[in-house]
Design a protein. Structure first.
Length: 338
C-alpha cells in the first residue's frame, strides 16, 4: 500500500494534509521532565505489551536503534520534533504502522503523543481514528485526568482535550495576489493559529501554511474540529478565488509556472530552498491543469523525497550539501521520467 504522504485526498489542490495530535500522560507517573530512567523505560515496556500494537499493526521503533538519517527523515515528514531526536536517545521510541499514518511518540513532552495523518482534508475521520486509539490505550494504561481541568499535560496550553488539529495548506495564489495578510488576520481573529511552516523571516518561499486550533480547554473535541473545518473551508474558497484572478492573465500565469518547471527539470543541481520555491509554482500549475507533463503523485514524491534526509535515504548515500544538490536534480529527472 502507498504511504499516505504520496497520496492525494479531498480538497488536495489546496489542503495537502491533515494531522491530529492527542497528548496524554499515564496516571501515577511524573511528567516527562521529572521522569526517572526506570520510569521512562517502564512506560515503553507497558506500551510494548499493549494489545493495541497488534490490533493496529503498530511496530515499536526505538530511536537508539535508528541511524541518524532515519531519525531526521521522520522529522522531515513532521512525525518527530527535531529537539526530540537530539541528546540522549535512551527511553525514546515510537509506535508506527507500515503506512505511517499512525505514529505514537513516547516520552517526548508527554508520555504519549498520539498522531494520525491523512492526505487532503480529513479532519473528522482522522479525529475518529485518533480518539479510537486513545480510548483503547486509556483502558489499558489509565490516563491522568482531572474533573476540573480535563486531561493533564506537561504544557498548560494543552490542558483539557490535549487535542491539536491542523491542516497544511498551499496558498500560492493568495500570496501572488498579496491577500495573505487578510487571511492571517481573519484566521487569528476567529481563534485559530496560522503560520508559515518554514518560519518567519527565512528565505524559503514555499507558500505552505499550517492552520491549527488554539483552544483545548473548555471545548469538546468534535467542536474543535467543526470550528477548524469551517475556517479551513473559507481559506480554500479564498485561495480558489485568487487562482481565478490569476487565470485571467493566462499568459503571465503559464509563463510563471512553466519557467519554474523548466528550471526544475533542466537544472544540474538544485538547493533545498530552490526546490521548495520551484515546487510551489509547479504544484500550482499541475493543480490548475496548466502543467500536464506530471501527475499529482509525482509532485508529492518530489516534495517528500527531495528533502535532505529522505534524499540521502533514497539514494542510499551520506552526502554533503553540494552532492545533495546534484542528487536532487537527478531525483527530479528520475521521478518525472518514471
Amino acid at each position: 500500500m502507498m504511504n499516505w504522504y504520496f497520496q492525494s485526498g479531498k480538497e488536495s489542490d489546496v489542503v495537502l494534509d491533515t494531522k491530529i495530535t492527542i497528548s496524554r500522560n499515564i496516571e501515577g507517573f511524573p511528567f516527562v521532565p521529572k521522569l526517572k530512567d526506570d520510569q521512562a523505560k517502564e512506560i515503553i515496556d507497558r506500551l510494548e505489551q499493549s494489545s493495541v500494537i497488534a490490533n493496529y499493526n503498530l511496530k515499536m521503533l526505538k530511536l537508539s536503534d535508528m541511524d541518524e538519517l532515519t531519525r531526521q527523515s521522520l522529522v522531515e515528514k513532521y512525525m518527530l520534533n527535531s529537539k526530540y531526536i537530539n541528546g540522549n536517545l535512551e527511553n525514546k521510541a515510537i509506535l508506527m504502522n507500515e503506512d505511517e499514518n499512525i505514529c505514537i511518540v513516547l516520552n517526548e513532552k508527554d508520555h504519549l503523543k498520539i498522531q494520525v495523518f491523512a492526505s487532503g482534508l480529513e479532519l473528522e475521520s482522522s479525529l475518529n481514528l485518533a480518539m479510537e486509539l486513545e480510548e483503547k490505550l486509556d483502558k489499558e494504561l489509565k490516563f491522568a485526568y482531572n474533573n476540573k481541568y480535563g486531561y493533564l499535560t506537561s504544557s498548560p496550553t494543552n490542558l483539557g482535550t490535549g487535542l491539536r488539529a491542523s491542516v497544511i495548506a498551499h496558498l500560492p495564489a493568495l500570496s501572488k495576489t498579496q491577500n495573505l495578510s487578510k487571511i492571517f488576520e481573519a484566521v487569528n481573529d476567529l481563534g485559530m493559529n496560522i503560520k508559515d511552516i518554514y518560519g518567519e523571516g527565512v528565505r524559503i518561499k514555499g507558500n505552505i501554511y499550517q492552520i491549527s486550533n488554539k483552544q483545548t480547554l473548555g471545548i469538546r473535541e468534535k467542536d474543535i474540529i467543526k470550528n477548524l473545518k469551517a475556517i479551513v473551508d473559507k481559506v480554500i474558497e479564498q485561495e480558489r478565488l485568487a487562482r481565478k484572478i490569476l487565470a485571467k492573465n493566462q499568459v503571465e500565469l503559464e509563463d510563471d509556472v512553466y519557467r519554474s518547471y523548466g528550471i526544475l527539470t533542466n537544472s544540474r543541481k538544485i538547493t533545498n530552498e530552490e526546490m521548495v520555491s520551484l515546487m510551489s509554482d509547479v504544484r500550482l500549475g499541475v493543480d490548475m491543469g496548466i502543467i500536464k507533463e506530471i501527475t499529482d503523485l509525482k509532485v508529492n514524491k518530489l516534495d517528500i523525497l527531495s528533502r535532505s534526509a529522505n534524499l540521502q535515504k533514497y539514494f542510499g548515500e551520506n552526502l554533503d550539501v553540494f552532492d545533495r544538490n546534484i542528487k536532487r536534480a537527478e531525483l527530479v529527472k528520475k521521478i518525472i521520467n518514471e
